[in-house]
Write a protein of this length. Structure first.
Lengths: 357, 357, 357, 357
């Protein structure tokens, strides 16, 4: 039985490169030889034990690769094709998928939802930080990469870009809106780009790291707010002339940014939440208008599936945006433990790392 | 200067019938001679001092009446017409109105939103529990009552019916959905009726008062849950075979019902909040799926405007529902203090009272 | 190789019961033993040669049955379960499915749409008027029938009910709308029921057959218009006091009903088209307001998939509507040629026939 | 009674500059001193007698100006403010406005829609090609111009930009879509810009005039198709690799472009029509998939109202797009007959003319 290298969650605080068997390919699966992958903030939550996964699981959910082997029932693809798959891999055939809620994909019972059930890689099945990756429900999830695009150009599609854009999409950004994005890590930066793509007239990014504020400007922010320079809510109200934002996107996952997102909204506005929260959240009384302000709070898990991936790659192919600047560091898979060390400690201005098996 | 009787907020704990001048009619206004009005739970919050309004303000926001006098710039109406106006009276010309958010109607400045600003009667201007009522922006708000309908048949349109239905509408109820309504006061009962009208397949009402549970069944609930008989979340999960609800409507305004509403949702579900909350709210960690469950929380203030009123009256005219059973008691305006006493103490199975000047 | 009886399209004008092999079951398929099925107006188009299908194809697309055999990759079902499948059987994994357009399901290429490609039974693969039916992509399409429901109670779900309701859904019917349905065959009758379920205040049905007008009233029509009694557009304008309809549903497929549907709309209204048209269509100049009237024309193919079927069966289970009265005649599969004769000639007040192998 | 100069429709073929009285200001009106205006293709239809208006009417519907006098009931503005008003001036208080269909604004009767009723300037009341313009329902329609923007920068907001963008908005353009725009006059060019603003990945413009194709590229088109070089449908199918477009925007108003727009759509696509049609339209049989292809045809009249204008000016203020290149010629009001001559004959590469009283 052939072996491969894989980054495995051993215990809180330890992700190690180990040898594991190359997986068997079931009828609906595809085996991908991973050519590039990356580390996500969620992987760091896993590393730290803040988000629990099974010991021995291969982590990672952002694959770019080449089809090595197709399951017996998979049609429409060829071995050797370059593909990506989304971080979320909906089956296509669950009740959740068929009622328009694919990220909450559940088992084939009468009702069929599972919280965040579409997120399988590195969560409930082995993930992408390995030499090979088994993609379930391959026909719903494999999306061919156009020849003109490099691995690094499409590396953000599986998660960061899809998630960030969904912040703008689920916020219902309309032409001419004012949008605020709280926290400008990779997902927040993509939320800025998404708000820009959907026609926001005024985009305000909030963070403290100068490099991130600078990239936010390049991706479409009209204003950046450094919250160390004073209450960001007050700064935003000044920028918007007291009106507030139509949509506020929370891209961090803390009580503080959540509450500030609510506070900057005009009546009738939408808080679009992308953060992963480790605990409960408080809705401050004065920010919620006693329930009479027509406010909305929507939370979104990264949309997946091959059509989503196709759309995102098309945007890159036609030059709508360029996310390669987010790749600040590169590592070989053999050195992934160093990559985790750098990334989890946010050293050296790291935004995203490219990992190449 | 002619005088009229009006129910006035004097101080927390005291609403009194007083003599006040009949108001002058500005160019965009209409003066209505009130023929029937009612008391809302929100008026009780005002009475108790839980929702602050100016001392001396006439309370009430649910008018049925006859046009007494039209402002000089008002066209399209005649004195003597029977009309209603919504509890919320959008101007029609604010930025809020023109961007689809009429209940948050604000002043005519560049940005023009005000939290709950469309709610004027008995909140920021004199209200409907009086012999006469001045309706602002009359052309946007006066809706003629079809001859065939009695005052009591349309008495729920201005607030209760519009608000309750909006719970289902903003929840995005789709054909075949499962909807839970927490608390079956007049608004919750109308939310049940609204969910039924929008095609929910399964409607579950939660309360403890047997009369309310019975009316809920008449208005469309398939199941009723008495939360004194055990944890309502567990009961609902059993009824739905573990699936949970697509939409949960909160119609009370407490932390408990808010949290339970969130807990009964399937992943991707919507909490549609109609309650008036006196403080902050907590989103329990386990109910929010760490932000990864595609949940939405939407809050809604009663939709107003003459087209909304027309639609609601049309539904009554064609027999879609009959809300007269909600009128359990009748009082003359002279006896409104007794009506407040009964209603605020929820005595004698009261649901709604009709007040006739 | 075991044989079964099947109604086969031989040539225009001839559908015959023949012996065919019971189909082999591929990994994603399920074999259903059909217990009840029916004939659709579309099958009559096929019979007459107006809608071309391959000679030798088994016709029919409305199955109720029992799982006889599951494909090797199918999970979540058991042999012996009672199930239905929609007339449209989306794969779940096509680009069309994954971008929210499942009825236009196409092959697994980069783009993947095919006009009406989700309609496979009796169109591109063998259909349901047979002893056995092979259901493709079984996990996306098999929907268990609740024990309490009979075959005839759910017989309208696969096509008629799903299609009729979609007329109201795609028309965007809102609470309080006025909806007109042109032609009250089985689909038009279900469109009436769908408009009622979605909260229309006023529903107007147009036809000439007294029995159909009577059933339309039972299913929710407030007014019925017999177009032999005069121009239906004029009658509808009178009923609506000159306002016109918010939504007009075309449920026949002729130029006349199409144009009338457009003519009864208020500015900004929606023509929701369900008809199958045998030729081009003309949009009359005066009905389209020179393109300045914000009118919409939307066409819809029957939504399928197991979640849709579940929702429709839930509505029947909770008593929202009863479509059994549409079943006016019953035949054994052996007598299906007689059934076609009766149904295609619309004799004896036939609405739908139940066919039992 | 003071006089002013105004371009008046005299008879088909003749628009003349005449002296007319400066209008009186009613309570809800504002009088604007026009500083810049322009000529629209629709004005040419009026000139040619193809779109009928009353003889003696002042034409034009695209004003930039300064508030000269406010009606007695108008609040929130000051005389001397620089403002624009949309080509469409909804009242804000009609049934049409209050049900979300402001461009079809109608009189204050019970039902209140009028086809294209929101278009008043130069259609049903005196228009903007004059020294002074009376704006009805001023509070709903006057939108202050930010100091930093010149008249010419905002000159496209009242009609061209609002209309063009609405083609993309009503088409429901989603992130990653493929959009085709047929005809690249000023409105088609703005439709290209609108599709770009809403996140289309691939935009294809169709025209023959090289200058227009060039500007289309600058405003966001990825591909341009010269229909003299061959069947545009075939060219577009080649560009899209056989897939077709998600949205096709018709921006001319002819049978040919309408039919081609339908033919380039993928199943489930949307034809978004902006053209003004002088006669009926034909939907070709093969392009409509017999009604089974889930196609939509939506037509849109320019959205107006002050919030729309604010949003469009905000986009210009933050540099999202620059439409000044569309202003190819400038005239004084005194020379407007020459301007009509140039514009109606499409001489000298004219796109839009700026007219300054």
């Amino acid at each position: 039985m052939p072996l491969m290298k894989a980054a495995v969650f051993v215990e809180p605080g330890r992700i190690e490169l180990q040898d594991k068997p190359v997986p068997d390919v079931g009828p609906l699966d595809a085996l991908i030889r991973v050519t590039t992958t990356t580390i996500c903030g969620t992987d760091v939550h896993i590393l730290k034990g803040e988000y629990p996964v099974a010991r021995g699981l291969t982590v990672g959910h952002e694959p770019v690769g080449v089809i090595e082997k197709l399951g017996s029932a998979v049609q429409g693809y060829e071995e050797g094709q370059r593909v990506i798959a989304g971080a979320i891999t909906p089956s296509g055939h669950s009740y959740a998928c068929l009622c328009g809620c694919a990220s909450q994909d559940g088992p084939g019972t009468r009702h069929g939802f599972r919280p965040a059930g579409g997120w399988k890689f590195g969560n409930t099945i082995d993930g992408a930080q390995a030499e090979y990756l088994l993609v379930p429900d391959a026909m719903a999830n494999l999306s061919p990469v156009p020849d003109a695009l490099t691995d690094e150009q499409v590396l953000m599609c599986p998660d960061i870009m899809s998630t960030g854009f969904s912040g703008a999409e689920r916020g219902g950004v309309r032409i001419g809106d004012t949008v605020v994005v709280f926290a400008l890590g990779p997902i927040g930066l993509c939320a800025v780009a998404g708000a820009r793509l959907m026609g926001a007239a005024t985009i305000i990014g909030v963070d403290t790291v100068p490099e991130r504020l600078a990239i936010a400007r390049r991706l479409g922010a009209d204003h950046v707010v450094d919250f160390r320079a004073g209450d960001p809510v007050a700064q935003i109200m000044q920028i918007t002339d007291g009106r507030g934002a139509d949509v506020a996107i929370e891209a961090l996952g803390t009580q503080g940014t959540f509450a500030s997102s609510l506070r900057v909204l005009r009546p009738g506005g939408v808080l679009s939440s992308l953060g992963v929260y480790s605990g409960g959240l408080n809705i401050p009384a004065e920010a919620f208008g006693a329930g009479l302000s027509d406010l909305s709070i929507v939370s979104t898990l990264c949309p997946g599936g091959k059509d989503r991936m196709r759309r995102l790659m098309d945007l890159i192919a036609t030059g709508r945006l360029d996310l390669e600047p987010l790749v600040t560091h590169r590592f070989r898979l053999d050195d992934i433990e160093q990559a985790y060390d750098l990334f989890s400690n946010q050293r050296d201005g790291v935004l995203k790392v490219a990992i190449q098996p």
